[in-house]
Design a protein around this ligand. Structure first.
Ligand SMILES: [Zn+2]
Length: 130
């Protein structure tokens, strides 16, 4: 059981509208916001740096970014100072509300991590399997 926390990811949803707010907090010296902003900038850079012929696409459909409006979900290990994280882009056609965006991101992440068990999804019912 001690190793279980290694499989826990914390998911943060950022819609394009949320980004200026996060950056403002980061600039104001909020360490967590700064860390998230860095991860978010990395994700946005990856999207803008992707070759035109092989753009980043939505985690749930073939729509490409940044041609289509999108949200970013950061998946970070549930530890004090996460050193690594993943980002998933979800287009606005697939989801617009934070809960839906998160759900779609979980589906996308499960393709990579079948054992994924997000920790901050209060409405996802986990089985009693131990
Ligand atoms: Zn999509």
């Amino acid at each position: 059981m001690a190793t279980e926390s290694g499989g826990l990811l914390s998911l943060r949803v950022f819609r394009q509208d949320d980004m200026p707010d996060l950056l403002a907090h980061a600039r104001a010296g909020n360490a967590e916001a700064f860390m998230l902003a860095e991860a978010l900038c990395g994700a946005l850079q990856a999207i803008s740096n992707a070759p035109r012929k092989a753009p980043m696409i939505c985690g749930c459909c073939p729509r490409s970014f940044p041609k289509h409006p999108f949200s970013i979900v950061l998946a970070l290990p549930e530890v004090d100072t996460p050193m690594t994280g993943l980002s998933v882009g979800i287009c606005k056609r697939c989801a617009t509300e934070p809960e839906d965006i998160r759900d779609k991101a979980v589906i996308a992440l499960r393709k990579l991590f079948p054992d994924l068990r997000p920790v901050d999804l209060g409405h996802v019912h986990q089985g009693g399997r131990a």
